[in-house]
Design a protein around this ligand. Structure first.
Ligand code: NDP
Length: 448
């Protein structure tokens, strides 16, 4: 042990890496973290956190439009992108500071430079310094995928979207997943003409088909232009600076900005993995066992670089469990069933457990309950917008297999309901719970 400079060397100070480092240190390990960019990783610096702030900002558009119906005179309200952008950036700076502080409080050494693996128990820093580590954790996350089509370099990714000097008047968002749907809602609320163009015939693959269709219908009702079966073949920059997006048979789109939101690839290149023989799959993801250990027993990986579930809370759990396993004498693994998730689109979609399609494939007798309703707030506002909640139940046991929600605040409501689904509660348990009235969430205990 004396031969090692540290017990645990973490590459990447994102959600998974920071949690693993902090927990390992709290178990008494000597820990160092290398980060070549900013402490906090994608979620804090250019993902979930600043995105959610933009989502909050976007909600004002409808609230201000509806304000008069609620007795408030908000006429003349204007949106100022640069003020919002700078305030969000300042908040991100503050959070980055807190993350750094947390590591410092736990005596974790933060090395602000790139690290690569130079052996099964050795990393080499960009400065040339060599660190010998009892265990190494790769927590380098993922990066936005940009396709190999002519002119793809004219497109922006979610990395740059938080720093735009000006808002585009027109934007084409390529993709049909989380990022595409969320930024479509954001830019639309800020007044841009948005086209969401996805290559396939479905948005948000993996979510319940009926719920996604309902969400898209509500979004279209708000004026969002959603184009399915629109594969992008090429992009041309025109003399006036605008972009011509060529969708082949699907047509052409002229726009001021193109945002690539077509998935994220594991950040596993140029890490020196070959120096230790760490195995990756065909997509570049580092292959790990249930603890997060690679084929090399001293090298581990958590989070997006393993491409299992690309969600921050999952990376955090994985990092925490690995640190407990390696240094805390608590060898546990993660249960990946019933992970709640949400798409912070407008309207938002949230879900936990099995979709109707998955439930029918796995269970012989499935019952589906739906509540399609107009939220009270929309009624008074005079909005033609509805919400849909859906419960998927195994008839044999009565157990709730899945809950799916489209409507205001659905992510907030779903998190609490996810506890019940995770606990394996029955529909009867929901029915036995008295409604909290008036609320949207009460629909969860009123399914007929
Ligand atoms: P997603 O995996 O959600 O969606 C990718 C989309 O891009 C799909 O519509 C897919 O189409 C399309 N696509 C994939 N490859 C290509 C290609 N080569 N050319 C054209 N289209 C393509 O990816 P995102 O980028 O939206 O987000 C990345 C990840 O980040 C998510 O998977 C999620 O885990 C995480 N995230 C989570 C959020 C949250 O929890 N709210 C928010 C933002 C991101 P098809 O379905 O036809 O293959």
């Amino acid at each position: 042990m004396a031969d090692f400079d540290v017990d645990f060397f973490v590459i990447g100070a994102g959600s998974g890496g920071v949690r693993a480092a902090r927990i390992a240190a709290s178990h008494g390990a000597r820990v160092a973290v290398a980060e070549e960019y900013r402490v906090g990783g994608t979620c804090v610096i250019r993902g979930c956190v600043p995105k959610k702030m933009l989502v909050y900002a976007s909600h004002f558009a409808e609230d201000l439009a509806d304000a008069a119906r609620f007795g408030w005179d908000a006429a003349g309200a204007r949106f100022n992108w640069s003020r919002l952008r700078d305030n969000v950036a300042a908040e991100v700076d503050r959070l980055e500071g807190l993350y750094g502080q947390t590591l410092a409080n736990h005596q974790v050494e933060v090395l602000r430079e790139r690290a690569t693996i130079s052996g099964a128990q050795q990393v080499t820093l960009a400065s040339g310094r060599i660190v010998r580590a009892r265990h190494i954790l790769i927590a380098t996350g993922a990066r936005p995928n940009v396709p190999h089509v002519p002119g793809s370099e004219y497109g922006e990714t979610s990395n740059g979207v938080f720093h735009l000097p000006d808002l585009p008047k027109r934007i084409v968002i390529a993709g049909g997943g989380y990022i595409a749907n969320e930024f479509a809602g954001i830019f639309h609320a800020f007044g841009a003409e948005v086209v969401l163009a996805t290559r396939g015939d479905r948005l948000l693959r993996g979510y319940d088909v009926e719920m996604v269709d309902f969400m898209a219908e509500q979004a279209r009702g708000k004026g969002l232009d959603i184009r399915l079966n629109f594969p992008i073949h090429a992009i041309q920059k025109q003399a006036d600076g605008s972009l011509l997006v060529d969708g082949g048979d699907a047509g052409q789109l002229e726009t001021d900005m193109l945002l690539w939101a077509i998935g994220r690839d594991p950040n596993s290149a140029d890490l020196g993995l070959e120096n230790a023989g760490v195995a990756r799959d065909g997509a570049g993801a580092i292959i790990v066992d249930g603890h997060g250990t690679t084929n090399i027993p001293t090298i581990h990986a958590v989070g997006d670089v393993t491409n299992r579930v690309q969600l921050t809370p999952v990376a955090i759990r994985e990092g925490h469990a690995l640190a407990d396993h390696l240094f805390g004498g608590n060898s546990r693994t993660i249960d990946y069933a019933d992970i709640p998730s949400a798409v912070f689109a407008n309207p938002p979609l949230a879900a936990v457990g099995l979709t109707e399609e998955a439930a029918r494939a796995q269970f012989a007798d499935v019952a589906v309950y739906r509540s399609n309703f107009k939220p009270m707030k929309h009624s008074l506002a005079g909005r033609d917008e509805r919400a849909l909640y859906k419960m998927v139940v195994d008839n044999a046991s009565g157990r709730v297999l899945g809950l799916h929600m489209v409507g205001p605040d659905s992510a907030e409501i779903l998190q609490a309901a996810a506890v019940a689904v995770k606990a394996g509660l029955s529909k009867q348990a929901f029915d036995d719970t008295i409604a909290l009235h008036p609320s949207m969430a009460e629909e969860l205990v009123l399914f007929k």
